[in-house]
Design a protein around this ligand. Structure first.
Ligand SMILES: Nc1ncnc2c1ncn2[C@@H]1O[C@H](COP(=O)(O)OP(=O)(O)OP(=O)(O)O)[C@@H](O)[C@H]1O
Ligand SMILES: [Mg+2]
Length: 371
C-alpha cells in the first residue's frame, strides 16, 4: 500500500496561494490501478514526481507499506516510470533501451537481455528488439517505454499522460494493453491524465484534483453518479451535466427547487433539512436523465429545440426556454428514432431521483450526497 499523508508542495517558497499540492491525502492499495485526474496545473505531475522521489514534499509523509520514503532516493524506490515524452535513447536498440534500467543496476548483460526479451514478449514487441526507436511507430515506441519501465519488475508503475501522443484509435488499443499487463503483473499503478474517459475506463479508483486538493477519490461509477460537489459533477461527463440555478422553497407542504423557468418538486425521500430553505443552489441533471414527454405530463417543461447534433449512437439536443426566463440551455440525449428539428417545441421531464442539488453557499457541496 502507498500512503500520502497531508502532502504539501510549494515550489517557490511559502507564499500565499503558491501551493502546487495543498494537503493531499491518498491511499493506494497493492495491485490497484489509480488515476489522478484534473485540469491543467492541478498538481498531478507534481504528485507523481514526489511518489517517484524526483521531488521532495515541502511537508507531509509518503509511505510505501509502513516505511517512510520521503528521503529514499528514486533508484531505491523500485518504481517504473513512463512520462509523457517517453524519451527513448535514440542511439540504442530497442533491446538496449529495455535492458537499460537493469544494466544501471549492474545486472550482467546476458541476464539483462534475457529479461528484456521476456518483457518485450508481454508487450508484443519482441520482433522489434534490433531496431532503433526512429524505426518504430508511435504506438510501438510507447510500448518500448512501457517495457523499459517494467523490465526491472517494479512494485509501482507511474505513468504521466503516457498516451497523449497517440492517435485516438491507437490510444484505445494501448490503454487496453496497459490495463491487461497491469492486471497480469499485479503491479500497483498510478496514471496521470486529463482525459476523463481514459481515467474512468481503466481505473479501479480515480482521484479528482483541483487546485492541489483532492475533491473526491472513488471508483468511476461512484464519481459519476454521486459527485460530492459541483466541481466533480461539472468536470465529469460528456456532454456535461445541465446546471440550472434555483432556490429551495417551501410551497403548499412541498419542498421545491424554484428556478426562473420551472419549479421542481422534491420527492418525499429527497427532502432537505429545514435549514436549507431559502438557499441558493444549482440543480444538476445529466443529459441522459432528461427525457422527452407528452405535453400533458404533469411534470412537463416546455422547451424549444435550438440545435440537434448527431452523435452516431443517438442525438444530442440543445433546447432553450421559449420564454427566455431560464438563462441556460438544457441538453438532452435522445435516440435516433426521434425526429426533431430546430425551432420545434418539445416537452421534457427529468428521470426520477437522478437530480443533484449543489449548495452555492457551501462551495457547491452536494446536498444529496450521503457518504
Ligand atoms: N518547477 C516548477 N516551478 C514552479 N512552479 C511549478 C513547477 N512545476 C509546476 N509548477 C506549478 O505547480 C502547479 C502544478 O503543476 P503540475 O505540473 O503538477 O500540474 P499538472 O496537473 O500536471 O498539469 P498538466 O495537466 O498541465 O500537466 C502549476 O501551477 C505549475 O505552474
Ligand atoms: Mg502534468
Amino acid at each position: 500500500m502507498i500512503t500520502l499523508k497531508n502532502i504539501v508542495k510549494e515550489y517557490d517558497g511559502k507564499q500565499e496561494g503558491n501551493r502546487a499540492v495543498d494537503g493531499l491525502d491518498l491511499e493506494i492499495n497493492k495491485g490497484e490501478f489509480v488515476a489522478l485526474l484534473g485540469p491543467s496545473g492541478c498538481g498531478k505531475t507534481t504528485t507523481l514526481m514526489m511518489l517517484a522521489g524526483l521531488l521532495k514534499p515541502t511537508s507531509g509523509e509518503i509511505y510505501f507499506q509502513s516505511k517512510l520514503v520521503n528521503h529514499v532516493e528514486p533508484k531505491d524506490r523500485n518504481i517504473g516510470m513512463v512520462f509523457q515524452s517517453y524519451a527513448l535513447y535514440p542511439h540504442m536498440s530497442v533491446r538496449d533501451n529495455i535492458a537499460f534500467p537493469l544494466r544501471e543496476r549492474k545486472v550482467p548483460k546476458q541476464e539483462a537481455y534475457e529479461r528484456a526479451k521476456e518483457t518485450s514478449k508481454i508487450l508484443q514487441i519482441d520482433h522489434l528488439l534490433d531496431r532503433k526507436p526512429s524505426q518504430l511507430s508511435g504506438g510501438q515506441q510507447q510500448r518500448v517505454a512501457m517495457a523499459r519501465a517494467l523490465s526491472k519488475n517494479p512494485e509501482i508503475l507511474l505513468l504521466d499522460e503516457p498516451m497523449s501522443n497517440l492517435d485516438a484509435r491507437l490510444k484505445l488499443d494501448v490503454r487496453d494493453e496497459i490495463r491487461k499487463i497491469q492486471r497480469n503483473l499485479g503491479v500497483t499503478t498510478i496514471i496521470v491524465t486529463h482525459d476523463q474517459e481514459e481515467a474512468l475506463a481503466i481505473s479501479d479508483r480515480v482521484a479528482i484534483l483541483n487546485g492541489g486538493r483532492i475533491q473526491q477519490y472513488a471508483p468511476p461509477s461512484e464519481l459519476f453518479n454521486h459527485p460530492v460537489n459541483l466541481f466533480v459533477a461539472s468536470f465529469l461527463g460528456n456532454p456535461p451535466m445541465n446546471l440550472i440555478h434555483g432556490t429551495i422553497e417551501e410551497k403548499t407542504g412541498n419542498q421545491v427547487v424554484a428556478t426562473k423557468g420551472f419549479e421542481y418538486i422534491l420527492p418525499a425521500d429527497r427532502r432537505l433539512d429545514k435549514k436549507h430553505i431559502g438557499k441558493s443552489v444549482q440543480f444538476g441533471i445529466r443529459p441522459h436523465d432528461v427525457t422527452v414527454c407528452a405535453a400533458t405530463d404533469p411534470q412537463a417543461i416546455k422547451l424549444k429545440v435550438d440545435l440537434v447534433e448527431h452523435l452516431g449512437s443517438g442525438k444530442l439536443v440543445k433546447a432553450i426556454d421559449p420564454y427566455n426566463k431560464l438563462e441556460t440551455m438544457i441538453r438532452l440525449l435522445t435516440d435516433n428514432k426521434l425526429e426533431l428539428n430546430s425551432g420545434e417545441y418539445i416537452y421534457i421531464k427529468f428521470k426520477d431521483r437522478k437530480f443533484h442539488l449543489f449548495d452555492m453557499t457551501d462551495n457547491g457541496r452536494n446536498l444529496l450526497h450521503h457518504s
